[in-house]
Design a protein around this ligand. Structure first.
Ligand code: FAD
Length: 367
């Protein structure tokens, strides 16, 4: 199939990648009346966006760089309305739930956390069992959010092509991309957005530099208990336990720098399960119903790249949200749309720029 119209004339935008970053970008651009086509190599939301936990906050925000929190906090304030709009457009529930999070911390960490929460207006209560309760932390059931987002995008007139495979060829002139060829045909556009997650370097290949993004594997376990056994997220020493309203419980996760490898291993499952039982004894003796791994789009310091590509005036990036792409989605999409339309940006774009990202280094442990 070859797209019949010339995208340069129509003002069409092509978004590569239909995970949460690509879909949320499409939603904003469609809302501004643009003609948007999404090209997805595989299935919509079939990678990290499906595999994640759906906690809508950095796990321990006081441990993260300010640019992570600036984007995350803006998104957290937008989330309820953002999901409400998606649910109205799609007629599908994304199971947004302000269930709160209870985190076990050392005294020293708790003191730091309390100061941070006060400064950032995040409600926090210290419990006598050495846990801090953050009642305003919410979650979404991310596989359902993907389904709702997809339906919202098509309701607004967005076009979606799945199973495109890898990019086969690129047509480009001086500082402008003209068309992308996939196994489904040649797609012309006036502007292109790269939202390909851990595969941020794939679409442009050898043609242009890629941002420093690499896959970081996370393994997850899923259990099924009776509804109501757990009604808040639990966190301790890097482990989290997330309840869904229907009694499903997610336990995660690992942070593994192993390349494009989504395999899982029994030893990790046993380790996650054993640790989860110490915080939620109801999981003792219960076999997991599923064990999977996803590839986070890892970036130094967890700071995404939301910017125009330095080599092309009509190519933009929304990639590298690492552990918090579900959380950041509305604010990241809003910022990218601001940059694409020369609108004064909703927050300082500097930390998310190509140049800032190029100056950041990977730490030995990619947290
Ligand atoms: C185990 C785990 C737990 C997580 N928990 C949380 C959490 O609790 N909260 C949170 O906020 N975040 C969480 N995350 C992180 C979050 O899932 C990611 O940051 C987010 O999903 C990234 O979305 P994305 O759309 O950028 O990438 P992806 O969802 O990976 O989407 C990229 C898409 O691009 C497609 N693609 C790749 N190459 C091409 C190409 N050449 N052409 C077309 N399409 C292409 C892929 O097939 C894919 O569908 C977690 C992730 C994992 C793995």
């Amino acid at each position: 199939m070859t797209e019949p119209t010339n995208g340069e004339d129509s003002g069409r935008v092509i978004i590569l990648g239909a995970g949460i970053s690509g879909l949320s970008t499409a939603l904003v651009l469609l809302g501004q009346g643009m003609d948007v086509t999404l090209l997805e190599r595989g299935e919509v939301g079939g990678e990290s966006s499906w595999a994640g936990g759906g906690i809508l906050s950095p796990l321990l925000p006081w441990d993260y760089a300010e640019p992570v929190n600036a984007l995350a906090l803006r998104a957290m304030r937008q989330y309820a309305d953002w999901i409400g709009n998606i649910e109205r457009l799609s007629g599908k529930a994304a199971e947004y739930w302000t269930c709160g999070m209870r985190a076990w911390l050392s005294r020293e960490e708790a003191d730091r956390a309390k100061v941070w929460c006060r400064c950032h207006d995040l409600e926090a209560h210290w419990h006598t069992d050495d846990s801090l309760f953050l009642p305003k932390i919410a979650q979404t059931r991310n596989p359902r959010l993907v389904i709702a987002l997809r339906a919202a995008v098509t309701t607004l007139g967005g076009k979606l092509h799945t199973q495109c495979g890898a990019v086969k060829a690129i047509r480009a002139g001086s500082r402008r991309l003209q068309a992308i060829e996939t196994r489904l045909g040649v797609f012309h556009a006036a502007r292109f957005v790269i939202a390909t997650g851990a595969w941020a370097g794939q679409p442009l290949g050898e043609l242009a530099p890629a941002p420093h993004i690499r896959p970081i594997r996370g393994q997850m376990l899923l259990f099924k208990l009776a509804p109501g056994v757990l009604d808040t997220i639990l966190y301790a020493d890097g482990l989290y336990i997330i309840p869904r309203r229907d009694g499903h419980i997610l336990v995660g996760s690992t942070v593994e720098d192993v390349g494009f490898d989504k395999s899982t291993d029994a030893g990790t499952a046993q380790h996650l399960h054993a640790r989860a039982c110490t915080r939620l004894p109801a999981l003792t003796g219960v076999a997991p119903v599923r064990h999977w791994a996803g590839l986070r789009p890892g970036s130094p310091d967890n700071i995404p790249v939301i910017d125009r590509h330095p080599d092309f005036d009509n190519v933009f990036l929304n990639v590298g949200h690492f552990r918090y792409g579900v959380t950041m989605a509305p604010a990241a999409a809003e910022l990218l749309a601001d940059l694409m339309t020369d609108t004064p940006p909703s927050l300082d774009p500097g930390p998310y720029s190509w140049t800032a990202a190029a100056g950041r280094q990977w730490h030995t442990s990619p947290h």
